[in-house]
Write a protein that binds this ligand. Structure first.
Ligand code: MSP
Length: 689
């Protein structure tokens, strides 16, 4: 009995742990903000909550990014993990723990999990020969050259000795588990996709790698490192103390496992809904209670991601409109589980419409009037009339409806309904116009009306504020103070949402001076955000060209400007200007990997006037490059030509195709490019220095 009571009164929720190959962007912030709002609500309901986030730091991709940035994987991971954590702190996110997969506590737990799986007979040695997507760290079926079904990048052929996990043994058990636990995964599209994946047959899964070393060594066979997904998924238990002998850790694990919710991006459902429960079942550990997938945040029609070069940083929105505006937009605009567009225009429109003119304006009107007519002290509202009864009923139904919608992750619906109450309260004020005394109304009657109307409106605001606190924590804290309710964080600690009811704002309460909540965003807000993003791009490019190491240099990968495609004429002209104010050192220059390559295939890209798709041979590897030279070069004439490419630029997708590098060209006055080349014979892959 005690156990089930404990279980219902605790809540463990997690974000995915973020790869450290790129700096955080809005896509990452989205998952983390949603979890933060959920954690805040749970805590304010008096539920013992544990909210975990962290970073995924091992694997070949990180190893390569670090090499490209000229530092060790550990240094690289530490810098980017610091950026994630720093950003979450600046945004005021209330995670209880931040796990890094390079921490000892995690390594120890992963090794214990691996050893347990082996001891239970679910791991055997074999060899894998097939395709692997380094970007998604996923094994892919198909012949060499097969693109990754998730990201579209060409997979690499891997042939190595591996340990295998007997995933095939879990096909039936998983299907039975899904059947018995209909709430295990969602939304419905995720559920269908996962079930059909399992029904189509599960093959054993390779769970170690030997061709690189940046990972957790397999216990007892150290030339293997644990497959990065087994390593990463285990964070959800290692962070609770799995693998530790310390009784305090063991108690924490006992208290919070199984997780109530893993919130993930939809692209990683298979890992969380198939592999993860199978690993746990095999190790004799209970699977998580639920996995919920969010859709993608899109920008310029594509999934916001580093490789597409279409990221927006949370810092930008934070700086111009504040963290609450970002939280509100993401949770109101995008029905959870679906993909949603991000645009600065839509953001500013929501901000002005719902926050500045809506909630913010309502609060300031009411607080101002209580100051003006009652010297800032809440009056006795007197007997309720029909209009007040109607508003009270609406507020009570908001209290009843908001929680279930929110808990079902229908944040957008929950907010939409709550904003109907904002509008109704506004309309109630306007209809009763406490600021206007008709000549025929007696003074005493007018004072009674003012007291009744302002008291009722202020109470409606109190209810709205309490409900919206998990989503707008900063604004709610200000309003709570203005309403004379003290610190909302203290109220949350005292589980104020558990007993939220109409009538909490007592007569005699002294209100604080009104303070602006959401100043209206002016026309230039969009431009300011755009220019912050552009400046950030430029800073990142300069960081690389000026020899920054580590995270900053790696940021080149996150930069769209002048990246992987053929340089635009303008970009080349820009580069040609002397670097002001200083010089770069030879070491700085050496970071750019310039190589001789030969064009094997050249063809136009359908529906893109300027783009050519090139396949080039570097001697040591072949790659695809997209170049914006179609208006100046006939593709047929390029085949066989030797060119110079920047070989260590991060891949970027354009028109659905991946570009792996950038060719060099001089830019003429009219913008026409002239490809760089050689008079003498040069071997493929030769480095320019
Ligand atoms: N490291 C793995 C997860 C391991 S969990 C045991 C990983 N990392 S990731 O950094 O590539 O992405 C992590 C998560 O970031 C995604 O699952 C998703 O929650 C979030 N998002 C990244 N880009 C996103 C969008 N454009 N839109 C919405 N969420 C996105 O996968």
């Amino acid at each position: 009995m005690a156990d089930s009571a404990t279980q219902t009164n605790r809540y463990y929720l997690t974000t995915p742990i973020y790869y450290v190959n790129a700096r955080p962007h809005l896509g990452h912030a989205y998952s983390t903000i949603v979890c933060d709002a959920m954690a805040r609500r749970k805590r304010a309901l008096g539920i013992d909550t544990w909210f975990l986030t962290g970073t995924d730091e091992h694997g070949q991709k990180i190893e390569r990014s670090a090499k490209q940035a000229g530092c060790t994987p550990q240094e690289f991971a530490t810098r980017i993990a610091g950026e994630f954590r720093g950003l979450w702190d600046r945004l005021g996110l209330t995670y209880d723990d931040f796990i890094r997969t390079t921490e000892e506590r995690h390594k120890r737990g992963v090794q214990k999990l691996f050893a347990t799986l082996r001891d239970m007979g679910f791991i055997y040695k074999g060899s894998y020969s097939g395709q692997y997507c380094i970007y998604d760290e996923a094994y892919v079926e198909g012949p060499p050259g097969t693109p990754c079904p998730d990201c579209g990048r060409i997979t690499e052929t891997v042939s190595e000795e591996n340990y295998f996990f007997k995933l095939s043994a879990f096909e039936r058990r998983l299907l039975e588990f899904y059947e018995a636990n209909p709430g295990f995964m969602g939304p419905e599209s995720t559920r269908r996709e996962v079930i059909s994946f399992v029904r189509s047959g599960l093959k054993d899964l390779s769970v170690s790698r030997t061709s690189f070393s940046w990972g957790i060594p397999v216990p007892g066979d150290e030339k293997h490192v644990v497959y990065v997904w087994l390593d990463a998924l285990a964070n959800y238990i290692t962070a609770l103390g799995y693998g530790s002998d310390d009784p305090a850790d063991q108690a924490k694990f006992k208290k919070f496992w199984p997780a109530d919710m893993h919130l993930i991006g939809k692209e990683i459902s298979r890992f969380h809904c198939v592999y993860w429960p199978a690993f746990l079942m095999a190790a004799g550990i209970e699977p998580p209670r639920s996995v919920r997938a969010n859709g993608w945040l899109l920008f310029d029609q594509g999934k916001m991601s580093k490789s597409r070069g279409n990221i927006v940083r949370a810092e930008t929105v934070h700086e111009v409109l504040g963290a609450d505006a970002l939280r509100y937009f993401l949770m109101r605009e995008i029905p959870f589980g679906q993909d949603g567009n991000f645009s600065f225009d839509a953001l500013v429109q929501r901000y002005n419409g719902d926050l500045a003119n809506g909630y913010g304006n309502l609060v300031s009107r009411v607080v101002n009037m209580v100051h003006k007519y009652f010297s800032g002290v809440m009056p006795e509202t007197g007997a309720e009339k029909q209009a007040e009864a109607a508003l009270r009923a609406s507020a009570q139904s908001a209290i009843a409806g908001f929680g279930p919608a929110f808990d079902e992750l229908n944040f957008s619906e929950a907010l939409k309904s709550l904003w109907l109450l904002v509008a109704e309260t506004d309309g109630y004020l306007t209809a009763n116009a406490p600021w206007k005394k008709p000549a025929e109304r007696r003074e005493a009657d007018h004072a009674a009306l003012q007291a009744r109307v302002l008291g009722t409106a202020a109470e409606a605001i109190r209810v709205i504020t309490a409900l919206v606190y998990p989503i707008l924590p900063d604004a709610a804290a200000k309003v709570w103070r203005q309403l004379g309710q003290g610190e909302i964080a203290d109220a949350a600690k005292e589980s104020f949402l558990k007993n939220l009811a109409w009538g909490g704002l007592k007569a005699g309460t002294k209100l604080l001076e009104p303070a602006p909540l959401f100043p209206r965003a002016e026309k230039d807000a969009v431009e300011r955000m755009q220019s912050l993003e552009e400046n950030n791009d430029r800073t990142a490019v300069e960081a690389v060209s000026q020899g920054e190491t580590g995270a900053k240099a790696a940021e080149l990968a996150a930069v769209p400007a002048a990246a992987s495609s053929a340089p635009s004429a303008a970009a080349v002209r820009e580069e040609a200007k002397p670097a002001a104010p200083g010089h770069i050192s030879i070491d700085d220059f050496a970071k750019v990997d310039l190589r001789v390559a030969q064009i094997l295939v050249a063809e136009r890209v359908p529906k893109a006037d300027k783009l050519l798709r090139l396949e080039v041979d570097l001697g040591y590897e072949k790659r695809q490059i997209l170049a914006g030279i179609a208006q100046h070069y006939e593709p047929e004439k390029l085949v066989g030509r030797k060119i110079v490419i920047v070989a260590n630029l991060a891949p970027r997708k354009m028109r659905g195709l991946e570009s792996n590098g950038m060719l060099l060209a001089a830019s003429l006055e009219d913008g026409a490019p002239v490809l760089a080349g050689f008079l003498e014979e040069v071997p493929l892959g030769a480095r320019l220095k």
